[in-house]
Design a protein around this ligand. Sequence first.
Ligand code: TXE
Length: 484
Amino acid sequence: MSAELDLWIQGAPRPARGSERFANTNPATGELISEVARARAEDVADAVSAAKAALPAWRSTSVAERADILDAIADGIEADLDGFAEAESRDTGKPISLARSIDIPRAIANFRFFAGAVRHDETGFHRMDHAINYTLRKPLGVVGLITPWNLPLYLLTWKTAPALAMGNTLVAKPSELTPSTASRMAEVMKGAGLPDGVFNIVHGFGAECGEALVSHDDVSAISFTGGTQTGARVAATAAPRFKKLSLELGGKNSTLVFADVDLDEAVQGAVRAGFTNQGQVCLCGSRVLIERPIYEAFRERFIAGVRAMEVGDPRDPATRIGSLVSADHRSKVESYIALAREEGGHILTGGARPALPAPLDRGAFLEPTVVDGLAPDCRTSTEEIFGPVVTLHPFDTEEEAIAIANGTQYGLAASVWTRDLERAHRVSAQLDTGMVWVNTWLMRDLRVPFGGVKASGVGREGGKYSLGFFSESVNICVKLGGDR
Ligand code: TXE
């Protein structure tokens, strides 16, 4: 049941100028989902022109008008929640239950949240003796959004909503592996009254489509979420053109478990942190550091928790672990399992492809895998695997746990499990990450700063941070009289 999926430019679907297409397949079955228009630089230029032409009218709309449209988009996605969830699960291989309970509800929440945030936004005011200053926030202009395949609509809407709220016009480049829900959303946006040209989509590959967007002179800013190496390339292209840049990149996040925890709660939290979305979330806790007195008890329960997760058909509501995003990505993850063996690791569970009935036997499935016995500074323990592979490491002191957690090039997130309040604060403050959870994982308030340090990125998203990124702050200083 394959279809054609087009670019979305000037409020309408359209093939690429060169008429080329690429296949979008379901990674759980290998089945063709759609033939997708393959944009190159000339198509990107068309999309940027459409966004540029739409800018003067869109930036002059009132905040109330824009917020109402964001709410209407949220309503439109909600009315088709099942359709969106099915499309997301089919493109990514993730369990439908996850798409229904997390991905699509968050996409809806992103629009509602930023509609509210911009309605209630305040700008700066600085009083001097004989003057006042106020901060005017202007849209940046045409903004490029480049997003990955792990949480396709969730992350695209996380950027789209605040960017539209601040009056920018957009060209989005979703991942070539997961194009469907972006296009479905474009139709909803049209129905919600978003003027043509304000939101455009170019489908295609990084080197020929993403790069053309980053280097286009009429694109003022790029908001990118993806791999660290790609982020470095995007930064190198954007920097000499003085584009504003937000980079949300990879992570190798630690879950620190101290001996005073409620063991069952900590195990449950660590399993969820390690394997949600097949371990393909930049925030996943892929290395678990456990205080030695509870190491063995924790390990035993952790393995039992991992084995209890149902691996299989993403369409089955009972499935906890679906397919990885592609066969290529599975090969990358498997190469790390081989590396773990070479580096002296013991595979405690998993490590192989599960035996599943047709057509799932052609899918990119991999058993959830737990490894221990590795040095905390070896490659498997410090590089981002981005799959269902978690390493376990014992530690003896708080200082050692912090040193291991900080011993990677990444600095995105961590979670700390302890009932000692003072230790929770002390350890959290010493972790070199942008975010720390205590006795929980991935609990999100959309107002808080979201982002990483070191190789995990540059900048923060969320609430006022997103509104700040997607606008230019201009100070207006007004003299009030007097002689200065
Ligand atoms: O993502 P890419 P890939 C990590 C994860 C994964 C690795 C590589 O470790 O194994 O990155 O994944 C577009 N100019 N994360 O290669 O390439 C691309 O088309 C402009 C973590 O699949 O980074 C897609 O739309 N754009 C991450 C987007 O960049 C370019 C989520 C992200 O894809 C481009 C995904 C270029 N030169 C992977 N090259 C997270 N932080 O959550 C590619 N793109």
